[in-house]
Design a protein around this ligand. Structure first.
Ligand code: PLP
Length: 439
């Protein structure tokens, strides 16, 4: 019997014993294609010899040095690499150990920035409904997933939520994409004004919504308009790229494709590629300078920030990710995945939408394609598809999301960036079979 309190208490999980490329093998010798990179974590693939070498060299040299006494070559090199690859303006990095930690640090950084520059009255965070920003108290409060929040509501700090950009459900038939983006930007502006035009710290959003909607990018114009509203009221724009960032959508940073510059960006998951737990917060020069010229201290910090082995692993992962050809592969294989799914499932009565960017792909399931009515949550369709897919040797990431309080089902696919055409075709076949066996 297991002594671990697993995420859910139920049938014993298979034990993973090895990983190579896009495959994971369990103790029974069963081989699974890692069609979701776990939870969009495995970026450059399993078992990469260069990353393992980099980690080994770092461990041989020094495995840990506390960041209040020392910096390390690995951490400095990773920070330089991230800044070099980031859109202009994001020129400093704060290293953490995962996604929720990155979001917590970003929230506190934003609040302290306004204290440093003499605007301590700013106290509100605005995010979007149907979003997920992590499971710690601050990150959970920022997220707008009603189901994840429900039982913890009494202990969550107050945050505010506006509508997500979810054109497939929410763009009106008489509205262009531009009209829709303008309506959402107006909703944000109204919320800022309602809370007090000089009272808001930050607006937080995922450029491509992952865990809660299933790979939903914003419409063109949306982020430009949001950026303009934030600028009008001096509100910081925090983009949470924990899931969609680090190459997942075919560019190193997802928001490169939205043509805007953020004040703070959080990354994790694909950054360490699963080799080590690591996350990072990228911040603009203006925020860094406010800290430097103010208190000289970011009043935050965990014991393992800037961990040298994690930094060495991530530095190599990002170096590999940025080599010529890999982002092109993400874009080409992502297109092949969506095309293959459209061919196989495009007419399935319960497949409402197939969407995404790069190797970040979502399939939304519905009870009725015309009305887009969600499946009955009691059926737990997403959980049954996960089991059917695993039985066919495929790891996928099905979830019950939240559609205005009603749970809806979608499946996230996010395979490693090194995936090849025949492996994409295998994912298409196996997930289609798993869906057809379930609904
Ligand atoms: N932010 C986003 C957008 C995420 O998708 C997640 C995890 O799925 C997190 C934050 C939290 O990251 P972690 O699970 O590493 O704490």
């Amino acid at each position: 019997m297991t002594r671990i309190l697993h995420r859910s208490i139920g049938p014993e999980l298979p034990r993973a014993v090895s990983g190579q490329g896009v495959y994971i093998t369990d103790a029974q010798g069963r081989r699974y294609i890692d069609g979701s990179g776990g939870a969009a974590v495995t970026s450059i693939g399993h078992g990469d010899a260069e990353v393992l070498d980099a980690m080994r060299r770092q461990m041989d040299a020094i495995a840990y040095a506390h960041t209040s006494f020392f910096t390390t070559e690995a951490a400095e090199s990773l920070a330089d690499r991230l800044v070099d690859l980031a859109p202009q303006g994001l020129d400093h990095v704060y290293l953490v150990s995962g996604g929720s930690e990155a979001v917590e640090a970003a929230l506190k950084m934003a609040r302290q920035y306004f204290v440093e520059i003499g605007q301590p009255q700013r106290r509100h965070i605005i995010a979007r409904r149907q979003s997920y920003h992590g499971n710690t108290i601050g990150a959970l409060a920022t997220g707008g997933n009603a189901w994840r929040r429900a039982q913890f509501q009494p202990i969550l700090p107050q945050t505010h939520h506006v509508s997500p950009c979810y054109a497939w459900r929410d763009q009106r038939p008489d509205e262009t994409a531009q009209d829709y983006a303008a309506r959402l930007a107006q909703e944000l502006e109204d919320k800022i004004v309602e809370l007090g035009s000089d009272q808001v710290i930050a607006f937080v959003a995922e450029p491509v919504v992952g865990a809660t909607l299933g790979a939903v990018p914003a419409v063109a114009d949306y982020f430009e308009r949001i950026r303009a509203v934030c600028d009008r009221y001096g509100v910081l724009l925090i983009l949470d790229e924990v899931m969609c960032g680090m190459g997942r959508t075919g560019t190193i940073f997802a928001h490169e494709q939205d043509g805007i510059v953020a004040d703070i960006v959080t990354v994790a998951k694909g950054l360490g590629g699963g080799y080590q737990p690591i996350g990072a917060v990228l911040l603009s020069g203006r925020i860094y300078e406010a800290f430097r010229d103010g208190s000289g201290l970011f009043q935050h910090g965990h014991t393992y920030i800037g961990h040298p082995v994690a930094a060495a692993a991530a530095d190599k992962v990002v170096e590999i990710m940025a080599r010529p050809g890999l982002m092109e592969n993400v874009r080409a294989m992502g297109q092949r995945l969506r095309d293959g799914l459209a061919d196989e499932l495009g007419r399935h009565p319960n497949v409402g939408d197939i969407r995404g960017r790069g190797l970040f792909c979502g399939i939304e399931l519905v009870a009725d394609r015309d009305s887009k009515e969600p499946l009955d949550p009691a059926l737990r369709t997403h959980a049954r598809i996960k089991r059917e897919a695993m039985a066919r040797g495929l790891i996928s990431y099905p979830m019950g999301g939240t559609i205005d309080g009603v749970r809806g089902d979608h499946i996230l696919l996010a395979p490693p960036y090194i995936i090849q055409p025949d492996e994409i075709d295998l994912i298409v076949q196996r997930i289609s079979d798993a869906i057809r066996a379930t609904v």
